[in-house]
Ligand binder design. Structure first.
Ligand SMILES: *[C@@H]1O[C@H](CO)[C@@H](O)[C@H](O)[C@H]1NC(C)=O
Length: 315
């Protein structure tokens, strides 16, 4: 029997209670509708990208393989939290079992870790394409591309497990209330009987460091790309800036809540739970909007795809 299920004050922790999002009944109905639509957009949009990349041989290149992988991770990341959040919105007593809570934490951190490494790989891919165009295909060889994806998953699993091994052994006493709509390390640690300072350090050293390092690495690589383009010809700078500004926006949006939560754990406010909605519901939508609607090859592929359907229907 895990220690966390020890009897304490004759009570056993088998579940946590999520306080979720608060508001009037109208607000909750509004949020339910909004998030349902967003979630539908995430599922349809991202699976459409995966389908397009697999089906269209013109998109069989490193950038689109990484993009398809990112789309799957986006679906995974929002699926760990959004459906539960939606179904909880209209329920008064929002419970989550101990196992459910631990599973959710695990998935969030595996997916989050994979997403971060994939974003780095995609920035590296753009660096190779823009700054070393003649060597692009040797730098981003199919083998290296597969290696990036494997590295992303290995990093995600190690990242999640290294923190999880600390939390799984915690005992919980007192309140079981989590002031959020999902389970995560900083919130769970607050409920533990043991002194939380040690665990706070583990989280900051792992999740906190990983987010900060990835964030600055990504920003640096985008600046590096822009400077390279600018040195070559200042005319191209405007074009590159337009493309990369979308990526930089997503990176800033995705990383701000993470840094807010993990670099300074134990937030005094519950602002972080509202911020995290961005990571679960907004950036997964933005990613596929940015990469498909603002991308020439993708637009052509969509046209090609719709023409194909046209022929099938009328011939
Ligand atoms: C993910 O990336 C790998 C390596 O490039 C690729 O073989 C695979 O097809 C990608 N997955 C999807 C769903 O496109």
């Amino acid at each position: 029997m895990p220690k966390s299920m020890d009897r304490l004050n004759n009570s056993v922790v088998f579940e946590f209670v999520l306080l979720g999002l608060s508001g009037s009944w109208e607000t909750k109905v509004f949020l339910t509708l909004t998030f349902s639509l967003l979630y539908l957009g995430i599922i349809l949009g991202n699976f459409f990208i995966v389908f397009l990349v697999i089906a269209d041989s013109h998109l069989h290149s490193p950038m689109y393989f990484l993009l398809a992988n990112l789309s799957l991770i986006d679906v995974g990341l929002s699926t760990t939290a959004v459906p539960k959040m939606i179904s909880d919105l209209l329920i008064e007593y929002k419970a989550i079992s101990f196992q459910g809570c631990m599973t959710q934490i695990c998935f969030i951190h595996v997916m989050g870790g994979v997403e971060m490494v994939l974003l780095i790989a995609m920035a590296f891919d753009r660096y190779a394409a823009i700054c070393k165009p003649l060597h692009y295909l040797t730098i981003m060889s199919p083998k290296r591309c597969v290696l990036f994806v494997i590295l992303a998953w290995v990093t995600g699993v190690i990242h999640a497990m290294s923190q999880f091994s600390f939390v799984i052994n915690l005992s919980f006493c007192g309140s079981h209330k989590i002031d959020s709509f999902y389970c995560d390390f900083p919130r769970i640690i607050q409920l533990a009987c043991a002194d939380a300072t040690k665990f706070e350090f583990v989280i900051a050293a792992n999740s906190g460091f990983m987010t900060m390092a990835t964030f600055f690495l990504l920003l640096l690589s985008y600046v590096f790309i822009l400077v390279t383009v600018w040195k070559r010809s200042s005319g191209d700078l405007a074009k590159a800036l337009v493309t990369l500004s979308a990526h930089i926006t997503v990176v800033v949006l995705f990383f701000t809540p993470c840094m807010f939560l993990y670099v300074w754990p134990f937030p005094a406010t519950s602002l972080d739970k509202y911020l995290f909605i961005v990571d679960f519901a907004i950036t997964p939508v933005l990613n596929h909007v940015i990469y498909t609607l603002r991308n020439k090859d993708m637009k052509i592929a969509i046209k090609r795809f719709s023409k194909q359907k046209y022929y099938v229907r009328f011939c």
